[in-house]
Design a protein around this ligand. Structure first.
Ligand code: FAD
Ligand code: DLZ
Ligand code: SF4
Length: 508
């Protein structure tokens, strides 16, 4: 009897565990475009196009390779519009009762498959360096789960940038060199862009029709949608962008959204690129003398360090992780996250770019939108849903630890040892956003004061009990405590007034 082999929209890898376990001669691959996956959060239209177009191309490739594929398009009348529903329908159609699936990257879908009234076997997703068991072994008995130590083990295990037992160049981490402010000129034209072919055009039309209420621009659409294109995009970045990736990793420019970033996370996360393949390409460029060590190490750390580490945390911490709210923040997410007007140029530019590209780089996510949400005390569940919806690379296993943990400190400090908060000074140092902003970054209180300046102290003050004994935050509290009482009272009342205006829906 044939078995059903489930392939999800972010599992588009030929070497997927469920495909490796299948019998091409007798099993049926099930792939389904379903409204439930398209709407559990209002995904950005570009993200939906990416996934559905890449699914259609992957299915065609499997068929060419001799697989029998039962593929449901979104508009098919018989489509059950959910993954379990489609499995049940296909089980009846093919007289199958057994499903082989690769463990999804989200607790929600794992639970749905476990509850499905068919016999479902979930195989470990081995497209990562560290299995769950490997991560658990690393985490066991440690007081603090800091990424840096995990990363060193991954370097040793992969041999990436290693000279014998030692790190290449003598240091594990070159982050110190990677904090240069925004450059005056950028000589990288950005990620490789692809003109939509007929498959992509069909999906764009479908998404325009079915998801027209979702935030985000569907056109122009230029993402890679198959493995060949994704590999070309990677090679383009390694050749033209990587050398300066390290130097300007943290910089932000309003008119250069991509700076020297790779824009490969959507391709990695849906399976078009393999993390080791990506890192080897970067290491080869360093070995060939084409890029400096700070660029190669900085990049490889993100992929075999951060990317693996956050996944490990998500599965180690369990299904409640994404819902944590360690600082009890409960304000509503302001409408300007969905494109309404704001006078804060940094936030407005980051959201505008997110709307147009379904992309923002790490520091825009962490130190502009994330920083604002944390300082303003927004409900981290709402913040997390926003990030999960608006970025093309967002799947809960990677999004939740970055947002709930790293950015909102809502996991109580599992990931970060201190909250990532800053006043406007940091944004001004690393970007060109403050030039031309309606607020003045140098003004601390009174007319035109930058909201980040006010909210920064408001955050520290309202969380004094939680953070004042944190050794890494002592200086901040000492500076706050040195201010005279009147100044402190003014800061707090102006911050409150700002938050009240924001909550009342005024343009702030
Ligand atoms: P580059 O800056 O060129 O980095 C190279 C690669 O490193 C990325 O492609 C990515 O695969 C990996 N990487 C870098 N940082 C991280 C990280 N912290 N966690 C995991 N992988 C990392 N990344 C996602 O893939 N999906 C998300 O939903 C996501 N949400 C985030 C939310 C917040 C609040 C923050 C601060 C970061 C988030 N990140 C997320 C991490 C990071 O912002 C993106 O991976 C990166 O911006 C992707 O763009 P890029 O390919 O140009 O990356
Ligand atoms: C994100 C997404 C979307 C928008 N649509 C589909 C879909 O129609 N079919 C599918 O199989 N997968 C889709 N996905 C990806 C899933 O949501 C993803 O597999 C889970 O969130 C687990 O990471
Ligand atoms: Fe953002 Fe403040 Fe700079 Fe305006 S002045 S761009 S609000 S940091």
């Amino acid at each position: 009897m044939s078995r059903l082999i489930l392939v999800l929209g972010d599992q588009l890898s030929e070497g997927l565990a469920s495909l490796k376990a299948a019998d091409r001669a007798s099993d049926v691959v099930v792939m389904a475009e379903v409204m439930e996956e398209g709407t559990y959060v209002p995904h950005h239209p570009k993200k939906i196009v990416l996934i559905l177009a890449a699914m259609r191309k992957f299915a065609a490739r499997l068929r060419d390779d001799g697989w029998q594929v039962a593929y449901a398009e979104l508009d098919d009348t018989a489509n059950a519009q959910s993954i379990p529903g489609e499995l049940i329908r296909r089980a009846e159609q093919y007289g199958a009762s057994e499903v082989i699936a690769t463990r999804p990257g989200e607790w929600r879908l794992i639970a749905a498959l476990e509850d499905c009234p068919l016999t479902v076997t979930l195989l470990e997703d081995d497209r990562f360096l560290a299995s769950h068991a490997r991560f658990e072994t690393w985490a066991e008995g440690r007081k603090a789960l800091r990424m840096e130590y995990f990363y060193r083990e991954m370097r040793r295990e992969t041999g990436l940038l290693m000279e014998g037992d030692d790190p290449a160049g003598g240091k594990w981490n070159y982050d110190h060199d990677n904090r240069k402010p925004a450059p005056d000129e950028v000589n990288f034209s950005g990620p490789m862009q692809f003109t939509p072919d007929a498959v992509v055009e069909d999906v764009i039309a479908l998404v325009e029709r079915r998801f027209d209420s979702h935030f985000g621009a569907v056109r122009p659409f230029w993402f890679a949608t198959d493995q060949g294109q994704a590999r070309r995009a990677l090679a383009h970045f390694v050749k033209h962008g990587l050398a300066k990736f390290g130097d300007y990793q943290d910089a932000m420019l309003a008119e250069h959204q991509f700076l020297y970033h790779a824009l490969v996370s959507p391709y990695l996360n849906i399976g078009l690129l393999d993390p080791i393949e990506v890192c080897r390409a970067v290491e080869d460029a360093w070995k060939a003398g084409d890029v400096p060590i700070n660029a190669a190490e900085g990049f490889i750390r993100q992929v075999i360090g951060w990317r693996e580490y956050v996944r490990g945390i998500y599965f180690l911490e369990g299904p409640d992780y994404a819902g944590r709210n360690g600082l009890n923040h409960d304000r509503k997410l302001p409408d300007f996250f969905w494109g309404a007007e704001t006078r804060m140029r940094c936030v407005s530019k980051a959201v505008e770019q997110t709307r147009d590209e379904a992309y923002a780089h790490h520091i825009q996510r962490l130190m502009v939108t994330g920083n604002f949400a944390l300082l303003a005390g927004i409900d981290p569940g709402a913040v997390s849903e926003w990030y999960l919806a608006v970025y093309a690379d967002a799947f809960e296993w990677v999004e939740a630890p970055n947002v709930v943990g790293m950015s909102q400190f809502a996991d109580g400090g599992v990931i970060a040892s201190k909250p990532y908060v800053s006043s406007g000074a940091y944004i001004n140092r690393m970007s060109d956003y403050c030039k031309g902003c309606a607020y003045k970054v140098s003004v601390k209180t009174g007319a035109g004061a930058c909201p980040f300046n006010l909210l920064y102290w408001h955050f520290l003050d309202r969380h004094r009990e939680r953070f004042s004994n944190n050794a890494r935050m002592g200086n901040m509290y000492r500076t706050w405590d040195r201010m005279d009482d009147e100044k402190r009272a003014t800061v707090l009342s102006e911050a409150e007034a700002f938050l009240n205006r924001m909550e009342a829906g005024e343009v702030v």
